[in-house]
Design a protein around this ligand. Structure first.
Ligand code: ZN
Length: 56
């Protein structure tokens, strides 16, 4: 069998320090409001969406 150890890992790991998410950009696109960034924490897989308003 070639099952990896991946299945043994918990689906969600909760940080003890909520301020230390390791955000990485998963995708991004531009809207009329500005740039929308979809970020995901590489440690606990929490996602968030950020909007960066356009600046002149
Ligand atoms: Zn995290």
């Amino acid at each position: 069998m070639t099952n990896t150890a991946k299945a043994k890992q918990p689906e969600i790991t909760i940080h003890t320090d909520l301020c230390s998410h390791d955000w990485g950009i998963e995708s991004r696109h531009w809207t009329s409001e500005g740039e929308v960034l979809y970020q995901r924490c590489s440690i606990c897989s929490t996602r968030r969406m950020r909007l960066r308003a356009m600046v002149d």
